[in-house]
Ligand binder design. Structure first.
Ligand code: NZQ
Ligand code: ZN
Length: 390
């Protein structure tokens, strides 16, 4: 196992009553709040009213920042930072999913500098400080409530890029599985795929020295395979929603990445699809992953894919390694397609050949040579995987 540091200090308030403690938690860090949320689901579900009631009862001043888009745009962060500055705010509260939390992270940094927020995303501007952030999670998918990362879209430049800093790690996350009961089926499925993809990006590595982390990963994958379909078919199943919500945090908070080299090729490929076509992140990951695995299957990678089949899908191993590995990949594809009802081709989500080559070269460019875990991809490889996914 390689050496590592692991520090995730986010306080988790998990369960049905966390919201009662909202203002108490905020007051540890600030008193003037930017209340960030998305396109309106929090108003429909009544969560917004409950949050506002809690803030008002506790005399916490707040300013609304509505309308943060799925695949959040840099423009929203610019707007949020301006509101924070104008109103002298000292705390950012994100009520929503990964998009709202990711945008809140950029706002928290941009509020304390005159730099252009996009320069923070592209790394031109260093993160020097950030306002404290808290979150109330409403969809299990990205793990953003307990990680240091954020992904921001710039439609003008057709870029969707990840950035991160320990300074934007949320101070607390209120995680009530009941808040996810209203997540539409499509997003429940996409969230399931995203959680599984984070786990697989860490898991699929030729470095097997972190045995424990790989067993944690298999546990998360099995949890998703068991509870994803239950949440899909029975949205108010607390056991399913709670297991998924907790799996979501541990898939990407750094635990699975400790002590080993990691991959993250599929995310790089998907972010190009979202940047060009604004598709749902988890759907893009689900449809690319089986084809990525098929494309990179060789003598070096076959053993890990087989182990995945055996330990996650309980596939009995035979003497034919490649047949075993292909069964594992087929099982994964079937799970996404038949159990989670995810569209499994690019055409189904409105993507044709037009930009495939361009997106393939951008994938390699944006990965910044960060290919070290499983199989190095060239532009031609990515293009091939996109074509297999049409
Ligand atoms: O905008 P509203 O109206 O709130 O609706 C949202 C949105 O349409 C809806 N929703 C959320 N909670 C709901 C609900 N609808 C009903 N009831 C609820 N309780 O669901 C839709 C999707 O929300 P979004 O926040 O976009 O989903 P998600 O959490 O999947 O976030 C996706 C974004 O996170 C990025 C993705 O690329 C994408 O931009 N990622 C962030 C990561 C990170 N910070 O570490 C890592 C990930 O790999 C990912 O790239
Ligand atoms: Zn993801």
């Amino acid at each position: 196992m390689k050496d590592f540091n692991f520090e995730v200090s986010t306080k988790i308030l998990f369960g049905r009553n966390g919201l009662e403690k909202l203002s108490k938690e905020i007051k540890k860090h600030g008193s003037r709040v930017l209340l960030c949320y998305g396109g309106g689901s929090v108003k429909k579900t009544g969560l917004y009213d409950k949050v506002v009631e809690n803030l008002k009862e506790n005399d916490i001043f707040f300013v609304d920042m509505p309308g943060i888009e799925p695949n959040p745009r840099v423009e929203s962060a610019i707007k949020g930072a301006a509101l924070a500055k104008e109103n002298n705010l000292d705390f950012i509260l994100a009520v929503g999913g990964g998009s709202v939390i990711d945008c809140a992270k950029l706002i928290s940094v941009a509020a304390l500098t005159d730099a252009n927020p996009w320069d923070i995303v592209i790394g031109k501007e260093r993160v020097k400080s950030a306002l404290p952030i808290g979150s109330i999670l409403t969809i299990a998918a990205t793990g953003s409530e307990m990680d240091k990362g954020s992904v921001i879209t710039n439609l003008e430049t057709k870029q969707k890029l990840g950035w991160g800093s320990p300074k934007v790690l949320p101070k607390f996350a209120i995680m009530n599985p009941e808040f996810t009961y209203t997540v539409p089926k499509y997003h429940t499925a996409a969230g399931t795929a995203d959680i599984m993809s984070h786990t697989m990006e860490n898991y699929f590595s030729v470095d097997d020295s972190a045995y424990l982390q790989d067993r944690f990963a298999e546990g998360i994958l099995k949890t998703m395979i068991k509870f994803g379909p239950i949440a899909y078919n029975d949205p108010e199943n607390y056991e399913a929603r709670s297991n998924i919500m907790w799996a979501n945090s541990w898939a990407i908070n750094g635990l699975l990445a400790t002590g080993k080299t990691q991959e993250w090729s599929v995310h790089a490929m998907e972010h190009e699809l979202s940047a060009y076509y604004d598709i749902t992140h988890g759907v893009g990951l689900a449809l690319l992953t089986p084809n990525w695995l098929r494309h990179i299957l060789d003598d070096e990678t076959v053993e890990k894919v087989r182990t995945f089949g055996k330990n996650v899908f309980e596939i009995e191993l035979t003497d034919d390694k490649f047949a075993d590995a292909n069964k594992a990949i087929d099982a994964l594809e079937k799970f996404f397609k038949d159990e989670m009802h995810i569209p499994m081709s690019l055409r189904e989500v409105g993507i044709d050949e037009e930009h495939l080559e361009e997106m393939a070269s951008n994938t390699i460019k944006h990965k910044n040579g960060n290919v070290k875990g499983f199989k190095e991809l060239s532009k031609e490889d990515v293009y091939e995987i996109y074509k297999m996914s049409l």
